[in-house]
Design a protein around this ligand. Structure first.
Ligand code: SAM
Length: 235
């Protein structure tokens, strides 16, 4: 499947696991765009989903995607789901985001100006304080696959694209400042076999609040610079 679909599946898979472990009731999706994630996760046993984006016009154009489909009416959820769309910035605290268990931020950080990117961790890890926060962003190491010149971006609105090392540095800087969180890295969208060492198309950082890590949780091991979901490390 295309990488964008793999992203939503990946989030779905993480959430299924998280639900089993930590009983997720409320989820916030920052930079939700066209609400594409919703159809992948709407059957999850979650009570509330909040979709936040800075672009109100985009949300209004796509708001119908939050309505139940016919199939949803025929095959109803066993429990109610409250879905809210909010216009706002991922960097701004909002009391409606309190008591959130999971934050997702799919391909949004690379769209943020430096001041917003600086403010974002305070909102997510100090104000919202979810049990789990999942960030995805393009892996710049992978751009050679697209035949791009060094430094060229995948999208005109991208303010940056980070290598795996840069993304790791950003995430570790967060866990150094917000010490009750730990982070793990993975990837999605595997490239050609002969370019194994460049990692995956997108990179994923999964932050977990330490107090919810239970003893049954086995941390996945990844090679230092390999973020691929492969059974054996790339290098
Ligand atoms: N997450 C969605 C997905 O993967 O389908 C959309 C990703 S799109 C590439 C990036 C989104 O981030 C856009 O919808 C944009 O409006 C939104 N965005 C940019 N700056 C933002 C901010 N400060 N707060 C919230 N959303 C923002």
């Amino acid at each position: 499947p295309p990488v964008y679909r793999q992203r939503y599946w990946k989030i779905y898979e993480i959430l299924v696991q998280e639900n089993l472990r930590n009983n997720v009731k409320k989820l916030v999706d920052f930079g939700c765009g066209e609400f594409s994630l919703f159809s992948y996760i709407k059957r999850l046993n979650v009570e509330e989903m909040v979709f936040v984006d800075i672009d109100e016009a985009l949300m209004v154009r796509n708001i119908d995607r939050l309505e139940p489909f016919i199939v949803d009416r025929l095959k109803r959820r066993s429990s109610p789901l409250v879905v809210t769309a909010l216009r706002g910035s991922a960097a701004d605290p909002d009391y409606r985001l309190r008591k959130t268990d999971v934050v997702t931020a799919i391909e949004i950080i690379e769209h943020l100006y430096p001041d917003t990117l600086d403010a974002l961790p305070y909102n997510v890890f100090q104000f919202v304080r979810p049990k789990l926060a999942i960030f995805t962003t393009p892996n710049a190491d992978f751009n050679v696959v697209f035949g791009r010149m060094r430094g060229a971006m995948r999208h005109p609105d991208h303010k940056f694209e980070w290598t795996r090392q840069q993304f790791e540095d950003w995430a570790h800087n967060i866990t150094e400042r917000f010490v009750d969180y730990t982070v793990e890295f993975s990837g999605l969208g595997i490239g050609p076999e002969h370019l194994d060492q460049i990692g995956c198309c997108s990179q994923v950082a999964t932050f977990t609040r330490k107090d919810v890590l239970d003893e049954s949780y086995i941390s996945p091991t990844y090679a230092k610079h390999c973020h691929c979901d492969k059974t054996s490390p790339c290098q």
